[in-house]
Design a binder for this molecule. Structure first.
Ligand SMILES: N=C(N)NCCCC[C@H](N)C(=O)O
Ligand SMILES: O=C(O)CCC(=O)C(=O)O
Ligand SMILES: [Fe+2]
Length: 348
């Protein structure tokens, strides 16, 4: 299967449309893509390609620095600076763990700044949280990285917002389906994802992948993986990657075939996360994917995870439960709980 056989969604018409009616065609295409693959390419998002290239090139420059330079912003929990217990900061090759095995990548994790209401003892919408308190650790070098990434994150938040709005329309949540109206239905309109991401607890990972040395087959017990198979945690991932082919692989619905999701210049690779699967009661799946980089160069990617608010309670939407014809797949919990559970198993 060629990489470009994953669907391509062009968001420009949706962004420029004046009515929901005009936005329906894009929404239909998104519904199809999320139902069939859980993955698609996104074009027409409005972020200039020159900006995307700069983001990749700054990441590449950072990873090329000597280790002691990179360790200046070592993750708090791994002996980084005082004043935080966060999962934020630089992690060396093999520090990240997926499915109990070390991943052959290095990375910096940035999160939305913690909202403690300006007080030590919590009080903000996030309360206190040992794992994620603390500030982002920004590299001193390359010098422009911080400023460029701040601007880029603001642009990505706009794209994420447009995308989850489109997803709400894609699920046709405004259409009354049955006469069994309860109070719960009041919140099931097409803006339900927009409301629950208003203070999106986003994550941005800046990742560097050295070439793997192990010749073992990807499925062998002891195979080295750049990033083991996993699903993403929240709503939608906007992945920017350098042009390296054959590295990111997506599991087909058949549960056996791995498809290459090679980059298309200027486009994001988008996939949905666990909270979107839960909301849709499995109508849309958070599809498994993995990275195996055996190419010659040093690969760089920068996924941005546009997630629900930390305290958002996510449970299957009634309309999706009905449509799926299945029992609710989850009783409901906050996105924050899901995230913390994941982070716990993520580090060596
Ligand atoms: N914030 C997100 N989604 N990060 C995805 C990281 C995936 C790998 C991680 N070690 C894991 O096992 O999940
Ligand atoms: O680098 C990639 O292509 C994907 C990385 C990824 O799946 C993740 O960080 O969640
Ligand atoms: Fe992922």
């Amino acid at each position: 299967m060629s990489p470009s056989s994953l669907p391509v969604i062009d968001l420009s018409d949706f962004r420029n449309a004046s009515s929901t009616q005009d936005q329906k065609a894009t929404a239909l295409a998104i519904n199809q893509a999320c139902t069939d693959y859980g993955f698609f390419y996104l074009t027409g998002h409005g972020i200039p390609t020159a900006r995307l290239d700069t983001v990749i090139s700054l990441a590449r420059q950072f990873f090329a620095l000597p280790l002691d330079q990179k360790n200046k912003i070592k993750r708090y929990d791994a002996g980084g600076p005082e004043g935080g217990d966060g999962a934020r900061g630089y992690q060396g090759i093999g520090e990240n763990v997926t499915g109990g095995r070390r991943d052959m990548h290095e990375a910096i994790d940035f999160y939305r700044e913690w909202d403690d209401g300006g007080k030590e003892e919590g009080g903000g919408s996030n309360g206190t949280c040992k794992t994620l308190q603390g500030h982002n650790l920004w590299p001193e070098e390359p010098r422009e990285l911080g400023e460029v990434y701040h601007e880029y994150i603001a642009q990505l938040e706009d794209v994420g917002k447009a995308l989850v709005r489109a997803m709400g329309i894609a699920l046709d949540l405004d259409e009354p389906e049955t006469s069994t109206t309860t109070n719960d239905d009041a919140v099931e309109d097409s803006e339900v994802f927009v409301r629950n991401t208003e203070r999106s607890f986003w994550v941005m990972r800046m990742i560097g992948y050295p070439k793997l040395s192990s010749p073992a087959s990807a499925n062998a017990e002891d195979a080295e993986l750049s990033c083991g198979e996993h699903t993403d945690y929240g709503c939608v991932t906007l992945l920017l990657a350098d042009p390296t082919p054959g590295a990111l692989q997506v599991l087909h619905k058949d549960g056996k075939t791995w498809l290459n999701a090679d980059p298309i210049p200027g486009a994001f690779v988008v996939n949905i996360g666990d909270m979107m699967e839960r909301w849709t009661n499995g109508l849309w799946k958070s599809t498994k994917h993995r990275v195996i980089h055996r190419g010659d160069g040093y690969r760089v990617s920068v996924p941005f995870f546009y997630e629900p608010n930390f305290e958002a309670v996510i449970k299957p939407l009634k309309k999706c439960v009905e449509r799926s014809g299945k029992e609710p797949i989850h009783g409901g919990s906050t996105y924050g709980e899901h995230l913390l559970g994941k982070i716990e198993g993520n580090f060596y």
